[in-house]
Structure formats: C-alpha cells, structure tokens
Design a binder for this molecule. Structure first.
Ligand code: IDP
Ligand code: MG
Length: 140
C-alpha cells in the first residue's frame, strides 16, 4: 500500500439534496482527506472532455446533460490506497447492486444519477486530478 491521490466528484443529484457534508464525512471517516476542493458548474465542454472515454456509449448524452445541470463539488482525496478505497466507499455504479453502507447505496437515485464519481485506476487518477487541479491548488 502507498499514499495515493484520487479524483472524486460529488455529482449534481447529491449537491442538489445538500449531501456534500455527509459525503465528505464518509471519506474522512475512512481515512481519505480532501487535499483540494472546488465547487463548480461544469460547462458542456468540461464534462464532455472529462468523460471522453465514454463518448461512444449510449448514455453519453444523458451523462453530459446530468453532469452540467447544476454545480458539482470536485475534490482530490489523499490517503493510503486512496484509489481503491474511494471506489470501495462509493459502491457499485448501479445503486441496486451497491453494498450496504456505501455512498451509492445510501444516496444514489439511479445508475445514472449515482451521487459520486471516483477514478478507477492509479493512472487515471493522475490524469483526472490534473484535469481539474493545478499542483499549486493541492495542499497536503
Ligand atoms: P463508474 O462511475 O462507477 O466508474 P462508469 O461505467 O465509468 O461507472 O460510468 C460513468 C458514469 O456514467 C456512471 O457513474 C453513471 O453516472 C453513468 N452511467 C453508467 N452506466 C450508465 C447507464 O447504463 N445509464 C445511464 N448512465 C450510466
Ligand atoms: Mg468510471
């Protein structure tokens, strides 16, 4: 295990329902510390660029519409094994399949409106953190 930094986004469905504090608490309780945080209303170009890997998927248009409909909270989370730990705390993409106690089981509305994003590998975490934060915006 090693100290890693991963990207987390609290998605519009959760920000709209005032769940920012509850979600950040869940990460902190499990040893993931936000080392950068920004609230931002994503533009279409920013959302399309971030999710470019999914552009051929049938849900891409719906995903971009959802992610741009209201503000999100973007965070870099740091801690031991942060990439895998974040995915564990988030739960499965589809909340119907998410384990008890995970953020998506607790809060997600559907497979699309599933409250949080998390990087899926160490390599993608570095790319995604750099997509949203300059190194000077990250404070350990
Ligand atoms: P992940 O967020 O668990 O990594 P991905 O497969 O990378 O899941 O999908 C990215 C996002 O696209 C999901 O979090 C969800 O918001 C949306 N999404 C995934 N599958 C579907 C679907 O079948 N219908 C609608 N939206 C979907
Ligand atoms: Mg993913």
């Amino acid at each position: 295990m090693a100290i890693e930094t991963t990207l987390s986004i609290i998605k519009p469905d959760a920000v709209e329902r005032n769940l920012i504090g509850k979600i950040i608490s869940r990460f902190e309780e499990d040893g993931l510390r936000p080392v950068a945080i920004r609230r931002q209303h994503l533009s279409r170009a920013e959302a399309e660029g971030f999710y470019a890997v999914h552009k051929e998927r049938p849900f891409f248009g719906e995903l971009v519409e959802f992610m741009t409909r209201s503000p999100v909270v973007i965070m870099a989370l740091r801690g031991e094994d942060a990439v895998a730990k974040n995915r564990e705390i988030m739960g499965a993409t589809n909340p119907a399949q998410a384990a008890d106690g995970t953020i998506r089981k607790l809060y997600a509305n559907s497979i699309g409106e599933n409250s949080v994003h998390g990087s899926d590998s160490v390599e993608n975490a570095a790319i995604e953190v750099a997509y949203f934060f300059r190194t000077t915006e990250i404070a350990d």
